[in-house]
Design a protein around this ligand. Structure first.
Ligand code: G
Ligand code: G
Ligand code: MN
Ligand code: NA
Length: 254
């Protein structure tokens, strides 16, 4: 409860910030997108990672306030980068279940896209499969509407839930993010490789792109390249970083 109050205060006092982690393509040069990752920076204290406060926020509607802040901030930055010809072409944001299923989620996004039109076709929403399966009927309607708005849809932590693949055929998903758990042993474990190869083949057939998460070593990246994985995200390529560092990192790759 104390953490939750402090977090509410932090939101008001603008102690939240977005950091950014690049995603790169096969040749290791092309930047395919960037994921926005939330940070809490209390003044005079070390930053608090999202793993510590997102679960607390998710217990109440505070996650909707935080999520709306994240969306507004992401759109504002995308619009700014577009106007200045800087920054990445695409930005992904993480969306929690309660926020995704909140009644005004799509109308808020419609409003944001009117205010920041450059975000159409540049913003991707990352949801986990458990978010979708919590209410498949509603998710289907909602995702169709989000596609109409020009947003990208990505399944985060793909392959770790208890679900079947069946839901994929009826949802307008653009991207699968291969969970770190499969990547960790990709260079040493044939079974993990088999699963990844299978997901890559599935994604190709369904016209979805794939991003491998948590790529930390060259051996992992090389193995993923051999398997035909189109995009990579992880400490090997770049850590999550503040905006200024991102812009410098991007200018180094151009
Ligand atoms: O950076 P770190 O590994 O601590 O992130 C932990 C978790 O927090 C990840 O699962 C990530 O998806 C989640 N997360 C990061 N930023 C956001 C955000 O803006 N909104 C939500 N809902 N989750 C986020
Ligand atoms: O659940 P989600 O995929 O949104 O979580 C993203 C989290 O993974 C971020 O908090 C980010 O800091 C973390 N992350 C990104 N790259 C790596 C990596 O190479 N190794 C590890 N261990 N974590 C990573
Ligand atoms: Mn994510
Ligand atoms: Na993930």
């Amino acid at each position: 409860l104390r953490l939750s109050n402090a977090l509410q205060q932090a939101l008001k006092n603008e102690e939240l910030a977005l950091h950014f982690q690049p995603q790169v393509s096969l040749n290791g040069h092309g930047v395919t997108g960037v994921e926005a990752l939330l940070r809490w920076q209390p003044p005079g204290q070390p930053p608090i990672p999202p793993g510590h406060f997102i679960p607390v926020a998710e217990e109440t509607s505070l996650i909707c306030d935080i999520g709306n802040w994240v969306l507004a901030r992401a759109c504002e930055r995308l619009q700014h980068w577009h106007r200045h010809g800087s920054g990445p072409e695409r930005l992904s944001v993480n969306i929690s279940a309660r926020h995704f299923h909140s009644p005004d989620f799509t109308t808020r996004l419609e409003t944001l896209l009117l205010q920041f039109p450059a975000c159409r076709h540049r913003l991707t929403l990352e949801v986990t499969e458990s978010v979708i399966l919590e209410n498949l009927t509603e998710s289907r309607t909602r995702m169709a509407r989000l596609k109409e708005l020009g947003l990208g849809l990505s399944i985060d932590d793909f392959g770790t839930g208890y679900s079947s693949f069946a839901y994929l055929k009826e949802l307008p998903v653009d991207e699968l993010k291969l969970d770190r758990a499969f990547i960790r042993h990709v260079d040493t474990a044939p079974r993990d490789r088999a699963i990844i190869a299978c997901i890559l083949a599935l994604a190709r057939e369904l016209n979805m792109t794939v991003v491998a998460e948590g790529v930390e070593t060259e051996a992992q990246r090389d193995q993923l390249q051999r398997l035909g994985c189109p995009a990579f995200q992880g400490f090997l390529m770049a850590r999550p970083m503040p905006e200024q560092a991102l812009l410098e990192w991007l200018s180094g790759t151009r």
